[in-house]
Ligand binder design. Structure first.
Ligand SMILES: [Zn+2]
Length: 234
C-alpha cells in the first residue's frame, strides 16, 4: 500500500485531515523508530490511545507494522516475545494464554518499509516547500551558514522534522530525579512551557545555568534533528 493511500484510509477512520494524519504517523515513526514498543510509549506525544489504536490496526493490516506479546515468566524471571498467546513459554513450556505464571503485554514494531515510506514522503513535502528558485538560494545559504540568522514561522518545524517545544522539553529531563521528572512532565502536559523551563533551571542538576540550558537545546536540535535534514536537502 502506498503511503498516500494509507494516509487517506487512516484519515477517514480518524476523522482528521490528511495533514494531521501524516503528522501523527510521522510522530509515531519518529518516537519509536525500530524499537519494540507498548502503546503507552506514545503517552507523552500528544496522541490519543484511540488514535494510536486505529493507526496500528491499519499498519498491521497493511503489513507495515507487527504485533507481538512480551511475556514475563515468573518461573525463570525472564522475558521473551511471541507472536500469539497460543505459543508456549520458552522457559517453562506452558501455553501462555492458559497460564497464570506469566504477565503478558501487547507490543508493536514498525516495519522498516513503513519508516522508509515516511522518510520519502517527508522529503517530498520538503521539496514542495522549497521551490526551485528557493533551492538555489538554499545552496548559497548553505555555504554561508555562519553568517545567517533564520527567522522561521510556525509550520516549518513539521516538514523540516524539527522538534516542537513539547518534544524538545520532554527530552531535557535527564538531570531530574524521578519524582521531579513526573512533575516536570505534568507541567509540560499542561502546556506551560515557560514554567517547565523555570522548573528545569530550579531542579535540574544539568540545566541549572541558562547558558548550559541553551546549549543543551542547541545540541539536541543539532545532533538529533539536523543530520536527517541535511540528508533530505541533498
Ligand atoms: Zn514460563
Amino acid at each position: 500500500m502506498s503511503l498516500t493511500k494509507l494516509i487517506h484510509t487512516v484519515s477517514i477512520k480518524l476523522q482528521k485531515s490528511e495533514e494531521e494524519t501524516f503528522e501523527q504517523l510521522n510522530t509515531l515513526a519518529e518516537v519509536v523508530k525500530e524499537e519494540i514498543f507498548p502503546k503507552n510509549r506514545l503517552t507523552h506525544y500528544n496522541m490519543e490511545m484511540e488514535t494510536l489504536h486505529i493507526i496500528l490496526t491499519e499498519l498491521i493490516r497493511s503489513d507495515l507494522a507487527s504485533k507481538y506479546f512480551a511475556y514475563d515468566c515468573e518461573a525463570k524471571d525472564s522475558i521473551d516475545y511471541v507472536i500469539t498467546l497460543d505459543d508456549q513459554c520458552k522457559y517453562c513450556g506452558e501455553v501462555l494464554k492458559d497460564s497464570k505464571r506469566h504477565i503478558t503485554r501487547e507490543m508493536f514494531k514498525l516495519n522498516s518499509n513503513f519508516l522508509q515510506l515516511i522518510a520519502e514522503y517527508r522529503s517530498t513535502q520538503l521539496k514542495k516547500y522549497l521551490m526551485d528558485e528557493y533551492r538555489d538560494n538554499l545552496e548559497k545559504l548553505k555555504n554561508r551558514t555562519q553568517k545567517i540568522v533564520p527567522f522561521l514561522g510556525a509550520g516549518v518545524s513539521i516538514p523540516l522534522n524539527l522538534p516542537n517545544w513539547k518534544d524538545l522539553l520532554l527530552e531535557l529531563d535527564k538531570g531530574l530525579t524521578d519524582i521531579d521528572k513526573k512533575k516536570y512532565r505534568e507541567i509540560i502536559e499542561q502546556g506551560d512551557f515557560l514554567k517547565a523551563l523555570s522548573f528545569l533551571k530550579k531542579y535540574s542538576t544539568m540545566y541549572r545555568k541558562e547558558d548550559v540550558l541553551k546549549r543543551g537545546i542547541k545540541d539536541l536540535i543539532t545532533t538529533r534533528y539536523r543530520k536527517e535534514n541535511d540528508d533530505d536537502v541533498k
